[in-house]
Design a protein around this ligand. Structure first.
Ligand code: M6R
Length: 595
């Protein structure tokens, strides 16, 4: 949700800023802008993609600067609302990720003091507050300005009177520092830095960073220095490139066998210790979007394997729900580990006295600090806005949690645990079998890419998989897609079915097969074409449906993994046929760091 980069070094800042900003474009692409310190501070910004900004850049030779790519919250996507913003005298430039909640009253106050506003954003109050507080030291002015603000922010600021310095600050929005040799960087996320350094400092909430070419100083909001050890990033530049694939999404879909393998290798070392699950009597899974769908699958897995009562809640709802008396173990799932709603839910869970476990792909992300224990999915960097490999890695992480919890609670025998582990180890192979069918799946997707509406149906553990399939389809192809539990169609949605409404049905050979086939019959009777995902060897399916994609036979609990890969490919190829911007769907951003 907005990306920020900053540079202070000895090289021209502009090409470095643009290059690293492009690697954050998944965070938002409504507008982009850059500020470079020369004799004065020069800002160039415009509506649209970074490529559009790049095409109009003048030569700027300054060695300190910052840049921003926006996902609009307050104020429409426009040039005026693009970051960075100037103060009234155009000496300061500021870029922001987050929301200043009390901006309206601050704006009135600043206007009364004679400040002129040029945008409709919440952010612009920040630059005027800094201007108002400035007395020769930028970090002091920022500290005073932030003391007036409530909300979430990561900001980067430069001032023409202190040309060798960039100051950044954080409260609830991600910010990292990259350390180089006589050059230093700030960024919202790791991919921006991969080309330049693997040495980073994670900035914590309510901290200010003063970046100069030869030094980095971290201060708390009271102005006291903070000591912090640098950490090494293990992701490589290759991870942040498309590597011959047309889109990151396709690359990431094809990386799933490896991602699942790596997540399995990581095992439960982080939560294995101290019988963390021994006293667990109930579990609540909390997440947003695709991670929420993984959580819904997780409920079936935990209840079946660990025999533990489990509920699932959307993070944005959990945060504000009444506090119940029970204290479940709260497991928070987030690919990024930076989703504002999920972080808020983690804080709320702690406030309620619950034990917390975070499952995330974001190494060193905020979620790891907001939860008692962390389990990493080791899916590798995911850049496409649509979550793919991180979803299947989350499922694998949940299988592992269920095994550990089942053993700790005495609900699962070591023999059964080993059998399940063996079957998990076969998943990369099964996923590869699905990937090998990418061409026929692409044909199918192309055949139905003209549909206006689509339905996805499944039962039991495959109902949330249908929900994930519908989400993938709508977010990248813009086809209106709805998911229903197979048994629910007859309670209303059947009214919408026509011969132009394809229905994608999970009809694998699990305990719900017969019932699902009954639902397929209901769809057939309305003349809608059915695309079924069935189990290899199920020869009767083609007699009842127009198309079948087969997945390998696995135990009921494991079908969500191969089936969701089929859905990812369907969505990808439908979106491609429709000419959609697959890695950057309209109105979306990969990491949603605002409520
Ligand atoms: O990083 P998170 O897993 O917390 O993100 C939650 C959702 O924003 C995310 O899963 C979103 O729904 C996906 N990008 C959709 O593909």
């Amino acid at each position: 949700m907005c990306g920020i980069v900053g540079y202070a070094g000895y090289r021209e800042a502009l090409p470095i800023l643009i290059d690293s900003l492009k690697r954050l474009e998944y965070r938002g692409y409504d507008s982009a802008g850059v500020a470079v310190v020369e004799d004065s501070v020069k800002i160039v910004k415009d509506k649209g993609y970074i490529a559009n900004l790049e095409s109009q850049l003048p030569q700027l030779r300054g060695v300190v600067g910052l840049a921003h790519t926006r996902w609009a919250t307050h104020g429409a996507p426009s040039k005026d609302n693009a970051h960075p913003f100037y103060d009234c005298r155009e000496k300061i430039a500021l870029a922001h990720n987050g929301i200043i909640e009390n901006y309206a009253e601050l704006r009135d106050e600043l206007k009364a003091h004679g400040h002129t506003f040029r945008s409709q954003t919440d952010t612009e109050v920040l630059v005027h507050l800094v201007e108002q507080s400035y007395a020769g030291n930028l970090e002091d002015a920022i500290r005073k300005a932030l003391a007036r603000c409530t909300g979430t922010y990561a900001i980067a600021v430069v001032h023409a009177d202190e040309p060798d310095k960039l100051v950044a600050a954080r409260n609830f929005s991600p910010l990292i520092v990259g350390l180089g040799a006589e050059e230093n960087y700030v960024a919202s996320d790791v991919p921006a830095l991969l080309k330049y350094t693997d040495k980073v400092l994670y900035v914590m909430d309510r901290e200010i960073v003063v970046l100069r070419p030869k030094s980095v100083q971290i201060l708390d909001f009271e102005g006291r220095p903070v000591a912090r050890e640098p950490q090494r990033i293990t992701w490589s530049l290759e991870d942040a490139e498309r590597g011959g694939f047309d889109h990151f999404m396709l690359k990431e879909i094809f990386e799933q066998p490896q991602a699942i393998h790596n997540t399995l290798l990581g095992r439960m070392t982080e939560v294995d210790t101290n019988g963390f699950f021994q006293d667990v009597t109930s579990v609540k899974l909390v997440a947003c979007g695709t991670s929420y769908h993984a959580s819904l699958v997780g409920k079936y897995v935990l209840e079946e394997v660990a025999k533990v009562p489990t509920t699932v809640e959307l993070a944005s709802e959990y945060r504000y729900a009444p506090t119940p008396t029970e204290q479940p173990l709260v497991i928070l799932l987030s690919q990024s580990g930076e989703t504002a709603d999920t972080l808020g839910a983690a804080r709320e869970a702690k406030r309620r006295g619950c034990k917390t476990l975070g499952i995330t792909n974001g190494v060193g992300s905020s979620l790891t600090r907001e939860t008692e224990r962390t389990m990493y999915t080791r899916a590798g960097l995911e850049i496409g806005v649509a979550a793919t490999k991180t979803f299947t890695a989350q499922l694998v992480a949940l299988y592992l949690v269920a095994i550990r919890m089942g053993l700790d609670r005495g609900a699962l025998s070591p023999e059964d645990a080993n059998r399940l582990r063996d079957e998990l180890r076969a998943l990369p192979r099964h996923v590869q079998t699905v990937l090998n069918q990418a061409d026929p799946i692409a044909d199918l997707a192309r055949a139905y890419a003209g549909a206006r509406d689509m339905f996805f149906i499944g039962r039991g553990i495959n109902y949330p998989v249908a929900m994930e399939g519908a989400l993938k389809m709508k977010e990248i192809s813009y086809i209106h897609a709805e998911a229903y539990a197979g048994g629910e169609l007859k309670h209303g949605p059947l009214a919408l079915l026509t011969p132009d409404t394809p229905v994608v049905a999970v009809t694998v050979r699990d305990r719900n097969y017969e019932k699902m086939m009954g639902n397929v019959g209901e769809v057939n009777a309305r003349g809608s074409p059915v695309i079924a995902v069935g189990t290899e060897g199920g020869r009767d399916l083609p007699r009842f449906v127009e198309h079948v994609v087969y997945v390998p036979k696995v135990r009921d609990l494991l079908y969500p993994v191969p089936v969701s890969v089929v859905f990812q490919l369907l969505a990808y190829y439908a979106a491609r046929k429709r000419g959609c911007p697959i890695d950057k769907p309209r109105n979306l951003a990969k990491t949603v760091t605002v409520e």
